[in-house]
Design a binder for this molecule. Structure first.
Ligand SMILES: N[C@@H](CCC(=O)N[C@@H](CS)C(=O)NCC(=O)O)C(=O)O
Length: 109
């Protein structure tokens, strides 16, 4: 049986095309890595939903277990984890992030 927090995560990542789990909020990021991904997403113009994992310790630990990914930010596109700050930065620089958003039909903000 999966944990209740896993069900919540599944609902959240199914609820929006692009979901960012971060420390703080897009307006007030509480970590440089989260701030960088917010900035890069802003550059792409993609519409996204964010969740502040600092407000919810169940979610913070649950996400680490759910995706076997130990850090934040975590960016999900169409329900799949794409990566954290390093991967998103590389994908932005190479153009892969814009390509992924286009392929997945992600709406613009
Ligand atoms: N290399 C990571 C950097 C992110 C990172 O190291 N995050 C740390 C510090 S903000 C973290 O989330 N640690 C786990 C925690 O705070 O629960 C990435 O590409 O996203």
């Amino acid at each position: 049986m999966s944990e209740p927090v896993f069900e919540r995560i599944k609902e959240q990542i199914a609820g929006d095309d692009v979901v960012l789990y971060m420390k703080g909020t897009p307006v007030f990021p509480m970590c440089g890595f989260s701030a960088k991904v917010v900035h890069l997403l802003g550059q792409t113009g993609a519409k996204y939903q964010s969740y502040n994992i600092l407000d919810d310790m169940d979610l913070r630990q649950g996400l680490k277990d759910f995706s076997n990914w130990p850090t934040f930010p975590q960016l999900y596109v169409k329900g799949e984890l794409v990566g954290g700050c390093d991967i998103i930065s590389e994908m932005y620089e190479s153009g892969e992030l814009a390509q992924l958003f286009q392929e997945k039909g992600v709406s613009q903000a």
